[in-house]
Design a protein around this ligand. Sequence first.
Ligand code: G3H
Ligand code: 13P
Ligand code: ZN
Length: 338
Amino acid sequence: MAVSYKDLGLVNSREMFKKAMAGHYAIPAFNFNNMEQLQAIIQACTENESPVILQVSKGARQYANQTLLRYMAQGAVEYSREISNGKGPIPIVLHLDHGDSFELCKSCIDFGFSSVMIDGSALPYDENVALTKKVVEYAHPRDVTVEGELGVLAGVEDEVSAAESHYTKPEQVVDFVTKTGVDSLAISIGTSHGAYKFTPEQCTVDPKTGRLVPPPLAFDILKAIEKELPGFPIVLHGASSVPQEEVDIINKYGGALKAAVGIPEEQLREAAKSAVCKINIDSDSRLAMTAGVRKVFAEKPAEFDPRKYLGPARDRMKAMYTHKVINVLGSAGHAYDK
Ligand code: G3H
Ligand code: 13P
Ligand code: ZN
Protein backbone atom coordinates (compact mmCIF):
# COMPACT_ATOMS: atom_id res chain seq x y z
CA MET A 1 0.00 0.00 0.00
CA ALA A 2 1.30 3.47 -0.92
CA VAL A 3 2.42 5.72 1.92
CA SER A 4 3.27 9.43 1.93
CA TYR A 5 6.51 10.55 3.54
CA LYS A 6 4.51 13.21 5.36
CA ASP A 7 2.82 10.49 7.42
CA LEU A 8 6.27 9.27 8.49
CA GLY A 9 7.38 12.67 9.84
CA LEU A 10 9.85 13.25 6.99
CA VAL A 11 10.31 16.42 4.90
CA ASN A 12 11.39 17.05 1.30
CA SER A 13 14.58 18.99 0.56
CA ARG A 14 13.08 22.26 -0.72
CA GLU A 15 13.13 24.35 2.48
CA MET A 16 16.42 22.80 3.58
CA PHE A 17 18.16 23.90 0.39
CA LYS A 18 16.68 27.39 0.54
CA LYS A 19 18.05 27.87 4.07
CA ALA A 20 21.41 26.25 3.23
CA MET A 21 21.82 28.58 0.26
CA ALA A 22 21.01 31.66 2.35
CA GLY A 23 23.18 30.49 5.26
CA HIS A 24 26.19 29.44 3.15
CA TYR A 25 26.36 25.88 4.41
CA ALA A 26 25.58 22.46 2.92
CA ILE A 27 23.20 19.73 4.06
CA PRO A 28 24.90 16.42 4.84
CA ALA A 29 23.66 13.53 2.70
CA PHE A 30 24.81 10.40 4.50
CA ASN A 31 24.18 6.93 3.05
CA PHE A 32 22.95 4.21 5.39
CA ASN A 33 22.59 0.46 5.10
CA ASN A 34 22.24 -0.67 8.72
CA MET A 35 21.10 0.27 12.20
CA GLU A 36 24.49 1.32 13.58
CA GLN A 37 25.06 3.80 10.74
CA LEU A 38 21.58 5.22 11.21
CA GLN A 39 22.02 5.55 14.99
CA ALA A 40 25.37 7.32 14.52
CA ILE A 41 23.91 9.73 11.95
CA ILE A 42 20.84 10.59 14.02
CA GLN A 43 22.84 10.99 17.25
CA ALA A 44 25.48 13.22 15.61
CA CYS A 45 22.96 15.36 13.73
CA THR A 46 20.44 15.71 16.56
CA GLU A 47 23.06 16.52 19.22
CA ASN A 48 24.57 19.14 16.91
CA GLU A 49 21.22 20.37 15.61
CA SER A 50 21.93 19.70 11.94
CA PRO A 51 19.29 18.90 9.32
CA VAL A 52 20.10 15.68 7.48
CA ILE A 53 19.43 13.77 4.27
CA LEU A 54 19.37 10.01 4.78
CA GLN A 55 20.39 8.41 1.51
CA VAL A 56 19.48 4.95 0.33
CA SER A 57 21.13 3.53 -2.78
CA LYS A 58 19.61 0.86 -4.98
CA GLY A 59 22.13 -1.53 -3.39
CA ALA A 60 21.12 -0.48 0.12
CA ARG A 61 17.49 -1.07 -0.75
CA GLN A 62 18.32 -4.58 -1.91
CA TYR A 63 20.54 -5.22 1.13
CA ALA A 64 18.26 -3.94 3.85
CA ASN A 65 14.74 -4.48 2.41
CA GLN A 66 12.64 -1.47 1.50
CA THR A 67 9.89 -2.10 4.06
CA LEU A 68 12.42 -2.29 6.87
CA LEU A 69 14.15 0.84 5.54
CA ARG A 70 10.92 2.79 5.58
CA TYR A 71 10.27 1.88 9.20
CA MET A 72 13.89 2.64 10.05
CA ALA A 73 13.48 6.14 8.60
CA GLN A 74 10.24 6.61 10.51
CA GLY A 75 12.04 5.28 13.59
CA ALA A 76 14.85 7.78 12.97
CA VAL A 77 12.37 10.66 13.25
CA GLU A 78 11.04 9.31 16.56
CA TYR A 79 14.55 8.57 17.84
CA SER A 80 15.63 12.12 17.00
CA ARG A 81 12.59 13.46 18.86
CA GLU A 82 13.44 11.32 21.87
CA ILE A 83 17.04 12.57 22.17
CA SER A 84 16.30 16.20 21.22
CA ASN A 85 15.77 17.53 24.77
CA GLY A 86 12.22 18.52 23.95
CA LYS A 87 13.11 20.48 20.81
CA GLY A 88 11.50 17.97 18.45
CA PRO A 89 13.07 15.96 15.65
CA ILE A 90 15.62 17.54 13.33
CA PRO A 91 14.39 17.85 9.71
CA ILE A 92 15.02 14.49 8.01
CA VAL A 93 14.78 13.74 4.28
CA LEU A 94 14.65 10.15 3.01
CA HIS A 95 16.33 10.25 -0.39
CA LEU A 96 16.92 7.67 -3.13
CA ASP A 97 20.58 7.90 -4.16
CA HIS A 98 21.41 7.24 -7.84
CA GLY A 99 17.99 6.05 -8.99
CA ASP A 100 18.54 4.51 -12.41
CA SER A 101 14.99 4.10 -13.73
CA PHE A 102 11.57 5.72 -13.61
CA GLU A 103 10.16 2.54 -12.01
CA LEU A 104 12.66 2.61 -9.12
CA CYS A 105 11.96 6.30 -8.45
CA LYS A 106 8.21 5.71 -8.59
CA SER A 107 8.46 2.78 -6.22
CA CYS A 108 10.44 4.85 -3.71
CA ILE A 109 8.01 7.77 -3.96
CA ASP A 110 5.07 5.41 -3.42
CA PHE A 111 6.91 3.84 -0.50
CA GLY A 112 7.57 6.92 1.64
CA PHE A 113 10.68 8.59 0.21
CA SER A 114 10.54 12.39 0.29
CA SER A 115 13.20 12.95 -2.35
CA VAL A 116 14.68 10.97 -5.24
CA MET A 117 17.68 11.23 -7.50
CA ILE A 118 17.29 10.15 -11.09
CA ASP A 119 20.79 9.65 -12.42
CA GLY A 120 20.65 9.80 -16.18
CA SER A 121 24.14 11.25 -16.42
CA ALA A 122 25.53 8.33 -18.43
CA LEU A 123 22.74 8.63 -21.03
CA PRO A 124 22.84 10.81 -24.13
CA TYR A 125 21.76 14.35 -23.16
CA ASP A 126 18.24 14.19 -24.69
CA GLU A 127 17.52 10.85 -23.02
CA ASN A 128 18.72 12.19 -19.67
CA VAL A 129 16.34 15.16 -20.10
CA ALA A 130 13.37 12.93 -21.05
CA LEU A 131 13.89 10.46 -18.17
CA THR A 132 14.48 13.17 -15.57
CA LYS A 133 11.38 15.09 -16.73
CA LYS A 134 9.25 11.96 -16.43
CA VAL A 135 10.38 11.45 -12.81
CA VAL A 136 9.73 15.12 -11.98
CA GLU A 137 6.22 14.86 -13.45
CA TYR A 138 5.47 11.95 -11.12
CA ALA A 139 7.23 13.38 -8.06
CA HIS A 140 6.05 16.99 -7.95
CA PRO A 141 2.29 16.38 -7.62
CA ARG A 142 3.24 14.28 -4.56
CA ASP A 143 5.47 17.09 -3.20
CA VAL A 144 8.59 14.95 -3.57
CA THR A 145 11.78 16.74 -4.64
CA VAL A 146 14.01 15.49 -7.47
CA GLU A 147 17.78 15.65 -8.02
CA GLY A 148 19.16 15.25 -11.54
CA GLU A 149 22.74 14.92 -12.73
CA LEU A 150 24.73 16.39 -15.61
CA GLY A 151 28.33 15.39 -16.21
CA VAL A 152 29.93 12.07 -15.29
CA LEU A 153 31.99 11.29 -12.19
CA ALA A 154 35.09 9.13 -12.51
CA GLY A 155 35.63 6.04 -10.39
CA VAL A 156 34.01 2.72 -9.79
CA GLU A 157 31.84 1.84 -6.84
CA ASP A 158 29.59 -1.18 -6.99
CA GLU A 159 26.75 -0.28 -9.30
CA VAL A 160 27.75 3.35 -9.67
CA SER A 161 30.50 3.24 -12.22
CA ALA A 162 32.10 5.39 -14.85
CA ALA A 163 35.55 4.78 -16.25
CA GLU A 164 36.38 8.44 -16.69
CA SER A 165 34.90 11.73 -15.64
CA HIS A 166 33.42 14.39 -17.89
CA TYR A 167 33.03 17.69 -16.17
CA THR A 168 29.58 19.27 -16.31
CA LYS A 169 29.24 21.69 -19.21
CA PRO A 170 28.05 25.04 -17.78
CA GLU A 171 26.41 25.90 -21.12
CA GLN A 172 23.98 22.94 -20.69
CA VAL A 173 22.71 23.55 -17.16
CA VAL A 174 20.02 26.16 -17.82
CA ASP A 175 18.51 24.11 -20.64
CA PHE A 176 18.55 20.95 -18.46
CA VAL A 177 16.99 22.56 -15.41
CA THR A 178 14.36 24.39 -17.48
CA LYS A 179 13.34 21.37 -19.54
CA THR A 180 13.25 18.89 -16.63
CA GLY A 181 12.01 21.01 -13.70
CA VAL A 182 14.47 19.37 -11.26
CA ASP A 183 14.89 20.85 -7.77
CA SER A 184 18.66 20.35 -7.56
CA LEU A 185 21.50 19.39 -9.86
CA ALA A 186 24.45 17.09 -9.22
CA ILE A 187 27.54 18.19 -11.08
CA SER A 188 30.95 16.82 -11.94
CA ILE A 189 33.91 19.03 -10.99
CA GLY A 190 36.53 16.43 -10.12
CA THR A 191 35.03 14.40 -7.26
CA SER A 192 34.43 10.68 -7.68
CA HIS A 193 32.95 7.79 -5.73
CA GLY A 194 34.82 5.46 -3.40
CA ALA A 195 38.08 5.58 -1.44
CA TYR A 196 40.38 5.78 -4.47
CA LYS A 197 39.44 9.08 -6.03
CA PHE A 198 42.77 9.79 -7.68
CA THR A 199 45.63 7.64 -8.90
CA PRO A 200 49.04 8.35 -7.32
CA GLU A 201 50.12 9.69 -10.74
CA GLN A 202 47.45 12.40 -10.55
CA CYS A 203 48.72 13.53 -7.12
CA THR A 204 51.77 15.32 -5.77
CA VAL A 205 53.48 14.28 -2.54
CA ASP A 206 53.47 16.51 0.56
CA PRO A 207 57.17 16.73 1.48
CA LYS A 208 56.37 17.09 5.22
CA THR A 209 53.96 14.17 5.65
CA GLY A 210 54.74 12.02 2.62
CA ARG A 211 50.98 11.89 1.93
CA LEU A 212 49.45 12.12 -1.53
CA VAL A 213 47.93 15.53 -2.35
CA PRO A 214 45.18 15.36 -4.98
CA PRO A 215 44.61 17.92 -7.74
CA PRO A 216 42.13 20.67 -6.74
CA LEU A 217 38.46 20.55 -7.66
CA ALA A 218 37.41 22.57 -10.71
CA PHE A 219 36.05 25.60 -8.83
CA ASP A 220 36.07 27.59 -12.08
CA ILE A 221 33.39 25.24 -13.46
CA LEU A 222 31.37 25.51 -10.25
CA LYS A 223 31.53 29.32 -10.50
CA ALA A 224 30.46 29.23 -14.15
CA ILE A 225 27.49 26.99 -13.24
CA GLU A 226 26.48 29.32 -10.39
CA LYS A 227 26.55 32.22 -12.83
CA GLU A 228 24.23 30.37 -15.21
CA LEU A 229 21.85 29.29 -12.41
CA PRO A 230 21.93 31.91 -9.66
CA GLY A 231 20.47 30.61 -6.40
CA PHE A 232 19.90 27.07 -7.70
CA PRO A 233 20.87 24.17 -5.38
CA ILE A 234 23.95 22.26 -6.55
CA VAL A 235 24.92 18.79 -5.29
CA LEU A 236 28.38 17.26 -4.86
CA HIS A 237 28.66 13.49 -5.04
CA GLY A 238 31.80 11.56 -4.22
CA ALA A 239 32.71 13.99 -1.45
CA SER A 240 34.33 11.72 1.11
CA SER A 241 37.66 13.02 2.35
CA VAL A 242 39.01 9.50 3.07
CA PRO A 243 40.50 10.41 6.50
CA GLN A 244 44.03 9.08 6.68
CA GLU A 245 43.65 8.22 10.40
CA GLU A 246 40.96 5.70 9.46
CA VAL A 247 43.00 4.32 6.56
CA ASP A 248 46.03 3.99 8.87
CA ILE A 249 44.03 2.12 11.53
CA ILE A 250 42.57 -0.24 8.91
CA ASN A 251 46.05 -0.96 7.53
CA LYS A 252 47.59 -1.27 10.99
CA TYR A 253 45.08 -3.94 11.99
CA GLY A 254 45.35 -6.18 8.95
CA GLY A 255 43.71 -4.16 6.15
CA ALA A 256 45.29 -3.42 2.81
CA LEU A 257 44.05 -0.06 1.56
CA LYS A 258 46.77 1.22 -0.72
CA ALA A 259 46.94 4.84 -1.82
CA ALA A 260 43.38 5.70 -0.79
CA VAL A 261 42.84 9.43 -1.46
CA GLY A 262 39.81 11.68 -0.94
CA ILE A 263 38.74 15.29 -1.32
CA PRO A 264 40.54 17.67 1.08
CA GLU A 265 38.09 19.03 3.64
CA GLU A 266 39.08 22.69 3.09
CA GLN A 267 37.82 22.35 -0.48
CA LEU A 268 34.53 20.87 0.70
CA ARG A 269 34.18 23.72 3.19
CA GLU A 270 34.73 26.20 0.38
CA ALA A 271 32.15 24.41 -1.80
CA ALA A 272 29.64 24.39 1.07
CA LYS A 273 29.78 28.19 1.24
CA SER A 274 28.78 28.41 -2.44
CA ALA A 275 25.64 27.15 -4.21
CA VAL A 276 26.58 23.61 -3.20
CA CYS A 277 23.68 22.78 -0.85
CA LYS A 278 24.09 18.99 -0.54
CA ILE A 279 27.30 17.05 0.01
CA ASN A 280 27.24 13.24 -0.32
CA ILE A 281 29.35 11.15 2.02
CA ASP A 282 29.34 7.36 2.13
CA SER A 283 32.91 6.04 1.93
CA ASP A 284 34.08 7.90 5.06
CA SER A 285 31.44 6.05 7.06
CA ARG A 286 32.54 2.72 5.59
CA LEU A 287 36.14 3.51 6.53
CA ALA A 288 35.27 4.54 10.10
CA MET A 289 33.16 1.44 10.61
CA THR A 290 35.83 -0.87 9.18
CA ALA A 291 38.54 0.78 11.30
CA GLY A 292 36.45 0.31 14.45
CA VAL A 293 35.68 -3.34 13.76
CA ARG A 294 39.25 -4.24 12.73
CA LYS A 295 40.70 -2.62 15.85
CA VAL A 296 38.50 -4.67 18.19
CA PHE A 297 39.11 -7.88 16.23
CA ALA A 298 42.87 -7.35 16.40
CA GLU A 299 43.02 -6.25 20.05
CA LYS A 300 40.40 -8.64 21.44
CA PRO A 301 40.45 -11.75 19.27
CA ALA A 302 38.32 -13.66 21.77
CA GLU A 303 35.42 -11.19 21.39
CA PHE A 304 32.36 -12.57 19.62
CA ASP A 305 29.47 -10.39 20.81
CA PRO A 306 28.67 -8.16 17.77
CA ARG A 307 27.70 -5.32 20.09
CA LYS A 308 31.27 -5.24 21.36
CA TYR A 309 32.70 -4.49 17.92
CA LEU A 310 29.76 -2.74 16.25
CA GLY A 311 29.43 -0.41 19.26
CA PRO A 312 32.97 1.02 18.93
CA ALA A 313 32.49 1.15 15.15
CA ARG A 314 29.34 3.20 15.71
CA ASP A 315 31.26 5.56 18.00
CA ARG A 316 33.88 6.14 15.28
CA MET A 317 31.18 6.88 12.71
CA LYS A 318 29.43 9.28 15.09
CA ALA A 319 32.69 11.17 15.67
CA MET A 320 33.20 11.42 11.91
CA TYR A 321 29.63 12.68 11.24
CA THR A 322 29.96 15.16 14.10
CA HIS A 323 33.19 16.55 12.67
CA LYS A 324 31.59 16.87 9.20
CA VAL A 325 28.52 18.82 10.29
CA ILE A 326 30.50 21.18 12.54
CA ASN A 327 33.78 21.72 10.71
CA VAL A 328 33.21 20.83 7.07
CA LEU A 329 29.62 21.38 5.96
CA GLY A 330 28.71 24.04 8.51
CA SER A 331 25.18 22.67 8.95
CA ALA A 332 25.44 22.29 12.75
CA GLY A 333 23.11 24.64 14.63
CA HIS A 334 20.74 25.10 11.68
CA ALA A 335 18.15 22.37 12.32
CA TYR A 336 15.60 24.67 13.92
CA ASP A 337 16.22 27.82 11.84
CA LYS A 338 13.01 29.55 10.80
O1 G3H B 1 27.22 6.75 -4.75
C1 G3H B 1 27.28 5.61 -4.32
C2 G3H B 1 27.06 5.32 -2.90
O2 G3H B 1 28.28 5.30 -2.20
C3 G3H B 1 26.28 4.05 -2.73
O3 G3H B 1 27.03 2.93 -2.96
O4 G3H B 1 25.71 1.42 -4.43
O5 G3H B 1 27.50 0.53 -2.92
O6 G3H B 1 25.35 1.36 -1.96
P1 G3H B 1 26.35 1.47 -3.07
P1 13P C 1 31.78 8.90 -1.50
O1 13P C 1 32.11 7.57 -2.10
O2 13P C 1 32.85 9.90 -1.79
O3 13P C 1 31.44 8.82 -0.07
O4 13P C 1 30.48 9.45 -2.27
C1 13P C 1 29.20 9.05 -1.88
C2 13P C 1 28.15 9.46 -2.86
O5 13P C 1 28.33 10.27 -3.75
C3 13P C 1 26.82 8.84 -2.70
O6 13P C 1 25.96 9.19 -3.74
ZN1 ZN D 1 26.92 9.52 -5.62
